[in-house]
Design a protein around this ligand. Structure first.
Ligand SMILES: CC(C)(COP(=O)(O)OP(=O)(O)OC[C@H]1O[C@@H](n2cnc3c(N)ncnc32)[C@H](O)[C@@H]1OP(=O)(O)O)[C@@H](O)C(=O)NCCC(=O)NCCS
Length: 153
């Protein structure tokens, strides 16, 4: 049902639209542009698209590869495509990619109030490692969980 491919400039308008309705602190065009510009180095931006319409962006994942770890820095699926497996397709391919590159773990931050994302990450095999303060130490609404998935032997 889904194909996953590298994001390209022509996807940016759709990615920005999904971003705007998916995150409280959405990335800008410049943020996405930086990730796409770094695709030859450690930055990876993938999109999931319906097999029938590969130019339609259903969701995306941006991650960075640092030494032997994958840091997932953005993940979102358009509301109309949620709960149809696009997020899991991106995640499973990322895990496969990390294993193929001899990675040891995948790491991400998630707002502790983002219960749907936490449920999604737990289903993907991630465990909550520790709580960190984000967006200001005094603001409990911005507390983040660091979640990790160990994949090394
Ligand atoms: C988190 C997100 C990427 C999941 O994408 P998705 O394509 O809807 O996820 P999937 O359809 O692959 O879901 C796989 C499993 O994850 C869990 N899951 C996903 N969304 C869930 C929700 N809202 N509530 C509870 N569990 C959920 C379920 O176990 C689901 O399997 P099921 O549908 O068979 O029950 C999507 O909800 C999203 O874009 N949220 C807004 C942006 C965001 O919070 N990103 C993460 C920031 S850290």
């Amino acid at each position: 049902m889904w194909i996953v491919r590298y994001a390209r400039q022509a996807d940016l308008a759709q990615m920005l639209a999904i971003e705007a309705v998916s995150h409280n602190d959405p990335w800008s065009l410049a943020d996405f542009g930086e990730e796409l510009a770094g695709q030859a180095a450690c930055c990876h931006s993938w999109v999931a698209a319906p097999v029938s319409t590969p130019s339609c962006v259903a969701g995306y994942m941006c991650f960075r590869w640092l030494v032997d770890e994958v840091y997932i820095i953005n993940l979102a699926v358009a509301p109309c495509f949620r709960r149809r497996g696009a997020g899991m397709k991106l995640m499973n391919l990322c895990i496969r990619w990390a294993k193929a590159h001899m990675g040891t773990r995948l790491v991400l931050d998630v707002n502790r109030n983002n219960l749907s994302a936490i449920a999604f990450y737990r289903k993907s095999g991630f465990g909550a490692a520790r709580e960190i303060a984000g967006g200001g130490l005094t603001d409990p609404l911005h507390k983040q969980f660091v979640m990790t998935l160990e994949i090394g032997d």
